[in-house]
Write a protein that binds this ligand. Structure first.
Ligand code: SF4
Length: 142
């Protein structure tokens, strides 16, 4: 599965809101797949991915929601995770990195200018609760 790096963080706090019905259906499928099969391999990208593929904001392989902004966010996400673009890793490893590397400062750096943060869908309090709970997105204890 190809995922742009900042989408790793979006997946943690996704609560069914998105850009279209097709987008949400695809996001639900991906989230479910990752949680069911945490050892499946993810290739981390700084470009349109399997989530963007069903997004109405993707035009000619570019994000109409703000290409520079999304690219910058991917780079910050990779720095936080300590991984390189093109790295192939399991979702389980990424979740472990998230738990050890995520801080309020890192969250602010990555997410404070995002549309979904402004809509109050995402917050550091919410993310830290998800990470501390040690539960995956299906509610399974890990
Ligand atoms: S196209 Fe842009 S807004 Fe849509 S999922 Fe991809 S990065 Fe997000």
């Amino acid at each position: 599965m190809n995922l742009r790096a900042h989408h790793i963080f979006c997946l943690q706090l996704y609560e069914g809101k998105g850009y279209s019905e097709a987008f949400c259906k695809n996001m639900n499928r991906i989230r479910h797949e990752l949680c069911e099969f945490p050892k499946s391999e993810i290739c981390l990208r700084i470009e349109a991915d399997d989530i963007c593929a069903h997004c109405p904001n993707l035009v000619n392989k570019h994000c109409n929601f703000g290409q520079a902004n999304t690219t910058e966010r991917d780079k910050i996400a990779l720095r936080i995770l300590g991984l390189e673009e093109g790295a192939r890793v399991s979702y389980a490893l990424i979740q472990a990195r998230l738990r050890s590397a995520m801080t309020a400062e890192a969250f602010a750096q990555l997410c404070s200018r995002c549309y979904w943060y402004e809509q109050r869908v995402c917050s550091w309090e919410k993310l830290s609760r998800v990470l501390v709970s040690n539960k995956d997105c299906l509610g399974n204890q890990s």
